[in-house]
Design a protein around this ligand. Sequence first.
Ligand SMILES: NC(=O)c1ccc[n+]([C@@H]2O[C@H](COP(=O)([O-])OP(=O)(O)OC[C@H]3O[C@@H](n4cnc5c(N)ncnc54)[C@H](OP(=O)(O)O)[C@@H]3O)[C@@H](O)[C@H]2O)c1
Length: 269
Amino acid sequence: VKYKGKVAIITGSSRGIGKAIAIQMAQQGCTVVLNGRNQERLDQALAEVKQYQDQAISIRCDVGDSEEAHRLVEETVSRFGRLDILINNVGVSNRGKFADTHPDVFRKVFDTNLFGSVNPTVPAMPHIRESKGSIVFISSLAGIRGLPELSAYCSAKMGLRAVAESIRIEEVKSNIHVGLIYVGRTEIEPNKEAIAADGSLVILKERHAEKLPSTGDVARSVLKNIDRRKFITTLTTIGKIQAFLQPRFPWLIERIVIRASKRFTAANE
Ligand SMILES: NC(=O)c1ccc[n+]([C@@H]2O[C@H](COP(=O)([O-])OP(=O)(O)OC[C@H]3O[C@@H](n4cnc5c(N)ncnc54)[C@H](OP(=O)(O)O)[C@@H]3O)[C@@H](O)[C@H]2O)c1
């Protein structure tokens, strides 16, 4: 029970990777605060998490809205008196070529991925400083370089790196941990959505045929990042190769992606 007495907010934890992180933290004794917009999904996830830690609660809010995200942090602290860990997990990706993309798609994707992380992090800072705790940003391999038909998602996830780097320098004396996780392609829950070029929501194809890491695998790596107070954790072999090559031989990665782009975009449908 490594996290006994600690309090964690995991944004977007009513399903997928966020829920897996919440379950594993609860199993280690952490008091977790679940978050999402859909009440029914949130209730189901809370019932699951409570099997391991009965103090868990859920707070329904849209972290893309700064006032709602502020309430998420304040309600947590007034209920439990502290905040040790904030995991900014909420995210949504886009689909479609840049030239076909309505500019508002960028706004929606940034609202969720970038503002959805900034909005709870700003009010959490004083509490995380007090507990000398952790702030973790869940990024993607799409945050390492621009990829085809994912321009909005790649830009928003890249922005998370800048936010994390700035905080680390500003807070060097406060002894807080800031982590950034580059998550690779992972199994998804049915009905996971993305934003199409015209702004409508599309349901992603299921990925059963592929041999992918599970949400539990990703959650284990996130917990390891927190335990070791590491900055960057890059998941999957492809991810590690990409992260190594990108700053050294960006032209090589570009060529590989151009060659594989048909396969790449088909897999992302
Ligand atoms: N799955 C992958 O292959 C993969 C790969 C790389 C990176 N990632 C990253 O990992 C993170 C989680 O992905 P996932 O696949 O687990 O996603 P998911 O299955 O779509 O789950 C997203 C969760 O966030 C909640 N959510 C979405 N927008 C929200 C908002 N504005 N405010 C509050 N809650 C919100 C959703 O619940 P409601 O809809 O009810 O709000 C749900 O609980 C994301 O940041 C994603 O970019 C995933």
